[in-house]
Design a protein around this ligand. Structure first.
Ligand code: HSE
Length: 424
């Protein structure tokens, strides 16, 4: 029976999960693909640190030993980051090796050129694990939604921030305290910047948009905001109105364009995404024919992410058997047209502070009237002569929100502390 030889770049949590899964599930993989899998060589920085697997694999510090090995048919990139992962993948593809990667930063930033290189060299390039780790969402969109017209893909695609937000909401903790706890428990990286600023989620939305709509949008093309300015006060007020605040990535067809955003968002308590807690992720895909579908699971972790990596490896293996490598992972392509801000409309949660004196609310009402927007819910708390006013507006467009922000900015006595959209 033929064995497919794999070269692996990097041996961290996911790489260890891959080795474990290949060992434990040999029979099933053989049954499904007709081949056995073997990780032959692994690129590591410090072979001394990985002696526990030295009897199973060849450890090397020289990438050429993998890329130039004619036996190796699949290169698995698990080192992360842009460089040197990009260069390693490029060389591997040019050597006609199929590539599987979990690298969302790289695919979101340089996806189209790598996809082209893979295609030109008749190789597969697959990256199921790059979005929401253990949730098999990309292959689901590209296969199971291949005929339906997707109108929206949205979700919670970052576990670190979802853990922090869940704790802020359930324990009443401040952002700083919840972040510290997340770090202590190992949910947040020592440097959690990309997670808390929304960038990690934005990379995943770039890839999800490509699969859902066939469009290549760059992270620079849309608004990305994180949770680092979120206050315990706003979380409590949202809760009083019947909402939880979640970091929601959204990509939605509006008119002729696509609206993409990553931002703290109020989610109604009875919405399925409101129930996704702690480090879990969930992606809701809405199709014109099928309606809403929800995919829930772990967004990170060794074995969950390894399962997605193995689904790519078995797909590549089936292609090797059938000699059909070289088709794009996602072959739906359309031009990206940003949605018209006059057509992007949501209700908004506005958190305002102002001196608690006569006439202030009248001014806010006049501004709202000037932009032709209305109040849905409103509450006011008084503290040390200051009024803290929280408003949920009726639906208004991004353009109206921009006008309101300008009017509020021009008034020296009223501060707009936060503006979060409310999920439909
Ligand atoms: N840092 C990510 C998260 C996992 O917290 O969800 C890897 O994408």
């Amino acid at each position: 029976m033929e064995t497919i030889q794999i070269g692996m770049l990097g041996l961290g949590t996911v790489g260890s999960g891959v080795l474990q899964m290949i060992q434990n599930n040999e029979d099933k993989v053989l049954n499904v693909t007709g081949r056995t899998l073997n990780v032959k060589t692994v690129l590591v920085k410090h072979p001394d640190h990985h002696q526990n697997v030295a009897d199973q694999v060849d450890l090397t510090t020289d990438v050429a030993e993998i890329i130039n090995d004619p036996e190796i048919q699949i290169v698995l990139e698990l080192i992360g980051g842009i460089h040197p992962a990009k260069e390693y993948i490029e060389v591997a593809l040019k050597q006609h090796k199929n590539v599987v990667t979990a690298n969302k930063d790289l695919i979101a930033t340089h996806g189209p050129e790598l996809v082209k290189l893979a295609h030109d060299n008749h190789c597969d390039l697959m990256y199921e694990a790059s979005v929401a780790g253990g949730i098999p969402i990309l292959r689901t969109i590209t296969s199971s939604f291949s005929a339906d017209k997707i109108t929206e893909v949205k979700g919670i695609v970052n576990g670190t921030t979802n853990y922090i937000l869940t704790q802020m909401s359930q324990q009443g903790w401040s952002y700083d305290h919840a972040l510290k706890k997340a770090q202590e428990l190992g949910f947040a990286e020592a440097d959690p910047t990309n997670d808390v600023m929304g960038k990690d989620a934005a990379y995943k939305m770039v890839i999800l948009s490509q699969f859902a709509f066939g469009t290549h949008v760059n992270v620079e093309d849309f608004v990305v905001s994180g949770i680092d300015h979120l206050t315990a006060f706003d979380v409590q007020q949202a809760s009083k109105f019947g909402y939880v605040i979640k970091l929601i990535g959204i990509a939605r067809v509006i008119g002729e364009g696509v609206f993409v955003e990553v931002a703290s968002t109020l989610v109604p308590n009875d919405h399925p995404l409101a129930t996704i807690n702690n480090e879990y992720n969930a992606v809701m895909v809405t199709g014109q024919a099928v309606g809403d579908t929800l995919f829930y699971g772990r967004g990170a972790g060794g074995l969950p992410t390894a399962n997605s990596v193995l689904s790519d490896i078995t797909s590549v293996t089936k292609n090797l058997v059938l000699k059909t490598n070289g088709n794009q992972f996602n072959n739906y392509q359309r031009q990206y047209i940003p949605a018209d801000p006059q057509q992007v409309a949501y209700r908004y949660f506005l958190s305002l502070t102002m001196p608690d004196v006569t006439g202030q609310m009248l001014k806010v009402t006049q501004m709202m009237t000037q932009i032709d927007a209305g109040f849905s819910q409103i509450t006011q708390l008084e503290e040390d002569g200051m009024a803290h006013v929280v408003i949920i507006t009726h639906q208004m467009t991004q353009e109206q929100l921009g006008q309101l922000q300008k009017l509020l900015g021009d008034d020296a006595t009223i501060n707009l502390e936060a503006a979060y959209k409310v999920l439909k």
